[in-house]
Ligand binder design. Structure first.
Ligand code: G
Ligand code: G
Ligand code: MN
Ligand code: NA
Length: 259
């Protein structure tokens, strides 16, 4: 596959870049942070989304250096935001981790090094891990996540509720945030929303809160969805209704409007 063989040189040539999608508080719409989403500016094919190359990078192992690069760039960006706003607007950065990064022995040390080099506090960083990556996770897999969580890094369970969830299992995972899958948000599109979906979201939120977890919703595209999810008790949200993923200075403008 042409894209696969081009990946290592692309990393050397700095053809990757990161877009940031704001996360907002559902209560008042203020910006809370942003999720880092990597893109590849391919010299022939133009901008490629992560769906086109992350699976290839996972297959070849390039995801480890690429993921480390994404983490470092994103944490540096969080530092730059803090420098422009001061501590009055605490902006957090969410970074996605692939399952291969979880099993790579350097994860904890790399993260510690990056936070130290940049002077960013661990609690400004959230690492997103998909629910499916942690299905049946044993203690070896959970250990690095536990260490990071003990340092103060937030761990979010991404795409939560996509079918494999064992709710009882949540208790033993070192996670502090549930990111409710976009499919739940989509079912809030109709008015009135599907009563069963409403009950499911209500149940997830209530369980999450009883375990001291924060609930983030993804894929919010309309004000009606935002309002419904706010009423259901969700805490933070992300989606095109607020902003599409974009360059880092766009978050500036959003946060300054709210500040
Ligand atoms: O918004 P977008 O189409 O860019 O994101 C598609 C998927 O790619 C998301 O599920 C997101 O988790 C994943 N993704 C985006 N950036 C990264 C990254 O840096 N590392 C990993 N492992 N996945 C990412
Ligand atoms: O990590 P994850 O796969 O959840 O990354 C978020 C993905 O969802 C990215 O591909 C992003 O571009 C996409 N996305 C973000 N906001 C919206 C939205 O409001 N609607 C839809 N359909 N997709 C969104
Ligand atoms: Mn994510
Ligand atoms: Na997600």
């Amino acid at each position: 596959h042409g894209l696969t063989t081009a990946l290592p040189a692309a990393l050397d040539r700095k053809e990757f870049f990161i877009e940031y999608q704001p996360l907002v508080h559902l209560g008042d719409g203020t910006v809370h942070g942003a999720e880092a989403l990597v893109r590849w500016l391919h010299p022939q094919h133009g901008v490629l989304g992560p769906d086109r190359f992350i699976p290839l990078a996972e297959h070849t192992g390039l995801i480890v250096p690429l993921g480390r690069w994404v983490l470092e760039q994103s944490v540096r960006q969080a530092r730059a935001w803090r420098e422009s706003y001061g501590d009055g607007v605490p902006l957090r950065i969410n970074v996605n981790l692939s399952p291969c990064q979880l099993t790579h022995p350097g994860l904890v040390q790399d993260t510690v090094d990056i936070l130290e080099r940049t002077g960013v506090a661990p609690d400004a960083l959230c690492l997103e891990v998909t629910e499916s990556a942690l299905i049946g996770a044993d203690d070896d897999l959970l250990k690095p996540l536990r260490q990071l969580a003990e340092m103060g890094v937030d761990i979010a369970l991404d795409d939560f509720g996509t079918g494999y969830s064992n709710l009882a299992n949540l208790r033993r995972l070192p996670v502090s945030i549930l990111k409710l899958d976009r499919s739940f948000t989509q079912s809030m599109q109709q008015f009135p929303a599907d009563p069963v979906d409403l009950k499911i979201v209500e149940g997830i939120v209530s369980l999450a809160h009883s375990l001291n977890l924060t609930v983030t919703v993804e894929g919010v595209e309309t004000g009606a969805q935002a309002e419904q999810l706010r009423i259901l008790g969700c805490d933070t949200a992300q989606g095109w209704y607020y902003a599409r993923p974009g360059p880092p200075d766009r978050l500036h403008d959003l946060a300054l409007v709210d500040a």
